[in-house]
Write a protein that binds this ligand. Sequence first.
Ligand code: LLP
Length: 421
Amino acid sequence: MSFVDYFKYVDNQYYGEELSLSEIAAKVGTPCYVYSRATIERQWRVFDSAFDSYPHRVCYSVKANSNLAVLDVLTRLGSGFDIVSAGELHRVMRAGGDAGKIVFSGVGKSDTELCHALKAGVGCLNIESESELHRIQAVAQELRVKAPISIRVNPDVDANTHPYIATGLRDSKFGLGARDAERVFVLAAAMPNIEIKGIACHIGSQLTETRPFIDSLEKLIDFIGQLARVGIGLSHIDIGGGLGIIYHNESPPTPDQYANALINVLKRRKCNLPIIIQPGRAIVGNAGVLLTRVEYLKMSSDRNFAVVDAGMNDLLRPALYQGFHEILPVRLSGSSTRHAYDIVGPVCESADYLGKGRVLDIGEGDLLVVRSVGAYGFSMSSEYNSRLRLAEVMIDRDKYYVIRKRQTVDQSMENESLLPR
Ligand code: LLP
């Protein structure tokens, strides 16, 4: 089965589930992120059921979208979570998530973060260096617990994606090469407060073919054989996240194709270890849009600009990765005065754009939606240019909930102070 989303035109008006986005804009103001609960639920279920024939756990990657209501929706489905900070841990716990279903990834976990994670009882710490292993042993000893760990290996596979989101090549800061990983596993096996659970990898994000996933799984299974020869047994394989979505004209594998490709490898190699998968984008990417209003149209003989009220601080992906997001008018006018526009924000940076050369029939004051921003949209936003964090809304059929209020001026300054007089 493929993913679908529940955003579409009904009578020339753009809708999320059963609500018109003009109505949301009128009630909540712009800019704001709007998510569809049904889309998130469907994507998670489609993903999870694709792996039905093999023991598995889906651990949603919280960094993609960490709003409490999003985590709440996923918790109710029984999801596990992939986290990378104590902040994400606290969010999952606040949303009622099960600590035992959490995997904690990341190259720089601090003592405090490790302590919080071990006290909460997270299911697995994915270790990325030898120093981290020693650190975890020390923290676990202090707390008198056994730390469940995996070691993240770097399979040296080219994910064929944007260089900023490729993580599986040999020169990446993530994971350990096979030789180092074996040494660290042997060290871990001898440590009193460490319990080896598994092996982990994550080769990159927005992958649009199955080949790199297959290649890295093959390498992981080779490596598991190597570990068995030195007497180290594992109880799971964490294959990371990374399945791509359709932003424009990509044709990523469907969750079924992705799952089948992986399960075929596992079965052919007679591996029966349960797997953990950490999808982020594939679950929430297409489940969110950014609703923004055209402030000014600036026409010239060289270029036309539509200056909108959302900027790169609200949605960084175009500026940082040249990410493409479809941009559509909320109301289709039916007139034929179309022009090509660069859709730009109010931030004082030339990189502040949401889309380039988009052919649209729009006027000042019109609403636009920027599609497929449910993942790495709000979660990567900032207050650059002292712009207030925008509101987030969740549509649930014919109702909507403000799941994050727009930040106020006072809130934006509440942790700062003037110097003493
Ligand atoms: N697991 C690990 C260890 C990760 O580092 C990541 C993403 C994921 C899972 C989830 O990957 P996904 O299924 O979402 O591809 N900001 C970038 C993406 C950065 C991804 C970082 N790691 C973007 O907007 O494209």
